[in-house]
Design a protein around this ligand. Structure first.
Ligand SMILES: Cc1ncc(COP(=O)(O)O)c(C=O)c1O
Length: 390
């Protein structure tokens, strides 16, 4: 059931509707000019050579792990305070997730904990830029270099965030050997469902394009001609290796292209909304609000999540807010505590900080067009709900 003030909402304007409608007036609904244009725009935006659009962030993680050659017997270090897709993708390639602790401020991988988790079987660090806050890339890259590990960036929650000293640093997605973006409707940029893998190596891009398209040997642009001529193309029925259908439709790419052109404006709206929440919630005792600014980082606001006072029952707060028509989210229950993971050997790990933080987290309604009066209403309801729980 959708509540009156939802947790997230996509920001779709007439420009997006026009772009998608224009595609629907053509015979080319997959693997055509919109895919090419969207991929080019994504690569340029992130200052990388290649972007390969795929059907979801999870599909992107799966392909990125395959392209890095990760498989059975390999260990991947990643946070447990994350969306479950990151660990699922590691299992999908039969590798072993090794969960590390997070930094209490950025909520991202703690480099010291990562260092401790490295074993002779470790192959990669899966760095998630949680909630749009860039991870400590310098320290993580130094560990990867020293220990001979790959870095796979998961920037699904962080499109547009930046890290580094000079001139605002570099966009996340530009640091790893490969990086993954996600475009689910709650994200800063949406294609409905969708994602992309960013890379620099031509061989990586070629393999990603082949794997997303059933392991075909032909290139992404070619099948557009199929729709026109109706003839199978040379290569269309040749498969170099077993692959997947992880293609992203032309409608989705058209939507994404327009969203990307508006991203700067959309991120500014989100930042303003975060600032307003921080002011409105400042009077609630013991409620910890997210930092609006962090050294060496430009945040791309994905969710607005607070830490409830330690003595407050989160479930109680959530149901009181829901009664007022206000949606909230438990972002994120640690992966190693999920029922699906309890029996898995990776779950027998001690992550006291992750568990203590996750217990208190609560995401509030947060989207580009949230109004000041909606935020005021949420803040007042929060104040009352917390008071009533103490
Ligand atoms: C950090 C992270 N990685 C991966 C994913 C998976 O993306 P998708 O839902 O597009 O498969 C998500 C979320 O939606 C995410 O937040």
């Amino acid at each position: 059931m959708t509540l009156r003030i939802p947790l997230a909402a996509p920001d779709i304007t007439q420009a997006e509707i026009d772009a998608v409608t224009a595609v629907l007036r053509t015979p080319c609904l997959s693997l055509g000019p919109e895919l090419e244009a969207f991929e080019k725009a994504l690569a340029e935006y992130h200052s990388v050579e290649y972007a390969v659009a795929v059907s979801s962030g999870t599909a992107g993680l799966h392909l990125a792990l395959l392209v890095l050659g990760i498989g059975e017997g390999d260990e991947i270090i990643l946070p447990s305070f994350a969306f479950v897709a990151v660990a699922n993708a590691v299992l999908q390639v039969r590798a072993t997730p090794v969960f590390a602790e997070i930094d209490p401020v950025t909520l991202n991988l703690d480099p010291a904990s990562v260092e401790r988790a490295v074993t002779p079987r470790t192959r990669a660090i899966l760095v998630v830029h949680t909630f749009g806050v860039p991870a400590e890339m310098d320290a993580l890259q130094a560990i990867a270099r020293r220990r001979g590990l790959a870095i796979l960036e998961d920037a699904c929650e962080a499109t547009g965030a930046r890290f580094g000293d000079s001139a605002g640093g570099r966009r996340v997605g530009n640091f790893g050997d490969l990086a993954v973006l996600g475009f689910y409707p709650n994200k800063q940029l949406t294609t409905g469902e969708g994602g992309a893998v960013l890379c620099r190596e031509p061989a990586h891009a070629k393999r990603l394009r082949s794997l997303r398209n059933q392991g075909r040997s032909c290139d992404a642009g070619e099948p557009a001609q199929l729709a026109e001529g109706g003839r199978p193309l040379p290569g269309w029925l040749d498969h170099e290796e077993p692959g997947y259908n992880y293609r992203l439709s032309e409608m989705a790419c058209a939507l994404g292209r327009v969203q990307l052109s508006r991203l700067g404006q959309m991120l500014a709206l989100r930042q303003a909304a975060a600032k307003r929440y921080n002011e409105l919630l400042s009077e609630i005792p013991d409620l910890e609000r997210p930092a609006l600014e962090l050294p060496r980082r430009i945040i791309s606001w994905f969710v607005y999540a607070v830490r409830l006072p330690r003595d407050v029952d989160r479930k109680g707060v959530q149901s009181l807010l829901a009664r007022e028509g206000i949606d909230t989210g438990r972002y994120f229950p640690p992966i190693h505590l999920q029922p699906a993971w309890r029996a898995h050997s990776s779950a027998s790990t001690s992550l006291p900080l992750t568990e203590a933080i996750a217990r208190r987290m609560l995401a509030l309604p947060f989207f580009n067009r949230i109004t000041a009066s909606q935020q005021q209403e949420v803040a007042e309801a929060m104040g009352e709900a917390i008071r009533s729980q103490r």
